[in-house]
Design a protein around this ligand. Structure first.
Ligand code: NAP
Length: 288
């Protein structure tokens, strides 16, 4: 069994990015900049933002922190996004979700200039993904593809099942598996909360690649997985037994050809992809 080690892979990516960042700074006089907006004091969001800022520091990316009170007006938040869109030191804008009640996240996401949309959530970038055109790809599914690529797993011609159809994970994940090429070209099925459990199990049992993003602890059982399948677990849940994913890792790991752990799998890859997108945005802005 190959462990799809996101922690080590992300560390390698940060080192590679640091070399690229150093070259950009040397040739163009500035490092990539990522503006990070956190609204309110949700503890999980605070942890995610701190991890993203730490990742920036390790890759040599400058992060600009914008912490706003939960009571901020929609107009004030949008005005900040407008200022960051116009700021030449800012290559990427990250709006940490979810926003506190009363704020409209979709309107904010659509306000971010597509060329600074390093999370890949703007309709223009999502549309480009759907059309198979270049653009910024959502970080979690792009991180999953990179994790597979760096462990020598190809998807072409294989049967893949994506569990979950959210706009940030499941849906773009399925679109990426449908892209042309060795890391796409999969025969892709998407299951969701309206798919009867028996059908979910049946789809998974036929799958060469299972990508779980349902947000339910240990939802995918060992007997859903065929021998030699590749399993990528996007879910992350804090339980009394510690952090667990959407898949029953311990019960299924020995029958998998490859499987990602939780923690240390997709989470670090998501951040690495955010950094990758930010460096790409900087290179595009500098014409490098
Ligand atoms: P989400 O927005 O809650 O979406 C969950 C998806 O799973 C929905 O499409 C939902 O179907 C489906 N679902 C819910 N219950 C189901 C069931 N019983 N059977 C089958 N499908 C079911 O969650 P998300 O943002 O996509 O995140 C999914 C998980 O990944 C969460 O645990 C989250 O914490 C984790 N996550 C991790 C990272 C990372 O970097 N590691 C990043 C993002 C998310 P409907 O559409 O029908 O409601």
């Amino acid at each position: 069994m190959i462990l799809l080690d996101g922690k080590a892979t992300a560390a390698t990516i940060r080192t590679e990015l640091k070399a690229r960042v150093d070259a950009l700074r040397q040739d163009h006089g500035r490092a990539p900049g990522l503006a990070v907006i956190l609204v309110g004091d949700d503890p999980a969001s605070q942890v995610y933002v701190r991890m993203k800022e730490k990742g920036c520091a390790e890759a040599g990316i400058v992060s600009f922190s914008h912490r706003l009170d939960a009571a901020v007006a929609q107009g004030e938040l949008e005005a900040l996004i407008d200022r960051l869109n116009a700021d030449p030191a800012v290559d990427g804008i990250l709006l940490q979700l979810p926003l506190p009640k009363g704020l409209h996240s979709q309107a904010c996401l659509e306000r971010i200039a597509p060329d600074k949309d390093v999370d890949g959530f703007h309709p223009e970038n999502m549309g480009r993904l759907a059309l198979g055109l270049p653009g910024y790809r959502p970080c979690t599914p792009a991180g999953v593809i990179e994790l597979l690529r760096r462990h020598g797993v190809t998807t072409a011609g294989k049967r893949a099942v994506v569990l979950g159809r959210s706009n940030i994970v499941g849906k773009p994940m399925a679109l990426m598996l449908l892209e042309y090429g060795a890391l796409g070209d999969a025969t892709t099925t998407v299951v969701h909360s309206r798919t009867p459990l028996d059908d979910q199990r049946a789809c998974c049992r036929e799958a060469d690649i299972v990508i779980a993003a349902v947000g339910r602890p240990l939802h995918v059982k060992a007997d859903w997985i065929k021998d030699g399948a590749v399993v990528v677990d996007v879910g992350i849940h804090r339980t009394e037994a510690g952090l667990v994913g959407d898949c029953d890792f311990e019960a299924m790991k020995d029958k998998c050809a490859a499987i990602s752990p939780v923690p240390g799998g997709v989470g670090p890859m998501t951040i690495a992809q955010l950094l990758t997108n930010t460096v790409a945005a900087c290179a595009a802005h500098l014409g490098a």
